[in-house]
Design a protein around this ligand. Structure first.
Ligand code: TA6
Length: 314
């Protein structure tokens, strides 16, 4: 029997939806649904799930899958004719037959290239043509990388403007034991106060109630420390100056049919984004936005782990 390592497997997921499973030699894995181009699983070498997907997630178009890493494009948020967070996460992506050269690191074998182009439906509500190439890579050390390349392919000479987010749902043991490092003292727009601008206080962010904040001009590295699990997620980003931090807490959790009443205790969204300053592309121009997630053991208790060291580490 072949013991050949299967790095990339195309198969059927929930409700028969097409998905791709990425595997690495140490036992780490990831899963991406072609519906939404959405990562719905990222496991470490022990098979522990690192992303949150609601037990009530509805894997049935046109509803977006509640959890994993929804792609918000061509709009983050809800304004104008587009639905909340745009249509990319409610669309069927394809395997890219001709992935124009992504800078490939030959040691990465577990990756998939997806593509989404304008549909005639979409053009009715967002009158532009585009090619959105998404590469999802599971690195040899179990890191998860998403690279988006969005090109304006309008033939009428028109530029287009968009906002974007990787709406990442991290799985945490207990939200009241989680700290976020790297956003201290930054300005943010508070979605709970009409997007008014405030300045964050001087130390790590902790959670005691609903939070829905868009931090602007943030550093390339953000750390999410799960004290109970002694695990730190490190989010590295490029081309994405903002970071959205969201936890619905109890009231909003109860109001979402595809979200368990108590599930807010076990998730936190920290989203690499471009919201404050939308991106404008002329025909032929391309934008690139990338995020890299890693999960490192952190013996963080009573300050033993210096979070700044985590952020400054290579
Ligand atoms: O990322 C935070 C946010 O914009 C919140 O305001 C909340 O609406 C969340 O996204 C989830 O949005 P969704 O459309 O997926 O229910």
């Amino acid at each position: 029997m072949s013991t050949e390592m299967v790095y990339v497997e195309h198969c059927k997921g929930i409700n028969g939806l097409d998905k791709v499973v990425l595997r690495e030699v140490r036992g780490c894995s990831a899963e991406v649904y072609l519906y939404g181009g959405q990562v719905t699983s990222w496991k470490n070498e022990h098979g522990e799930e690192l992303l949150f997907v609601s037990s009530k997630a509805i894997f049935k178009p046109p509803k977006a899958i509640r959890g994993g890493i929804p792609i918000c494009f061509p709009q983050f948020g809800s304004h104008g004719s587009l639905e909340q967070h745009g249509f990319a996460r409610n669309s069927f992506w394809s395997i890219d037959p001709d992935p124009s050269p992504f800078p490939t690191n030959s040691s990465n074998k577990a990756f998939v290239d997806l593509i989404l182009k304008h549909s005639e439906e979409d053009v009715k509500i967002w009158p532009h043509r585009y090619e959105f190439r998404l590469r999802v890579t599971l690195g040899p050390g179990g890191d998860l990388m998403l690279t988006s390349r969005i090109r304006n392919t309008n033939t009428d000479g028109k530029p287009f403007t968009f906002t974007f987010a990787y709406h990442t749902y991290f799985s945490v043991s207990d939200i009241s034991e989680v700290r976020v490092e790297g956003l201290e003292t930054l300005d943010y727009l508070d979605n709970l106060q009409n997007k008014e601008r405030f300045t964050e206080q001087g130390d790590a962010i902790t959670f005691e109630s609903e939070v829905d904040k868009i931090y602007v001009s943030t550093p390339t590295k953000i750390a999410i420390l799960d004290h109970e699990r002694k695990r730190t997620f490190v989010l590295r980003k490029d081309g994405l100056p903002d970071a959205v931090v969201w936890n619905p807490w109890d009231k909003k959790a109860k109001a979402m049919p595809d979200f368990g009443d108590d599930e807010y205790k076990h998730m936190l969204c920290v989203e690499a984004a471009c919201v404050e300053k939308p991106i404008t592309l002329k025909p032929g121009e391309e934008w690139r936005g990338r995020q890299e997630l890693s999960a490192v053991p952190s013996s963080y208790c009573s300050g033993q782990l210096d979070p700044q060291r985590v952020l400054q580490a290579g």
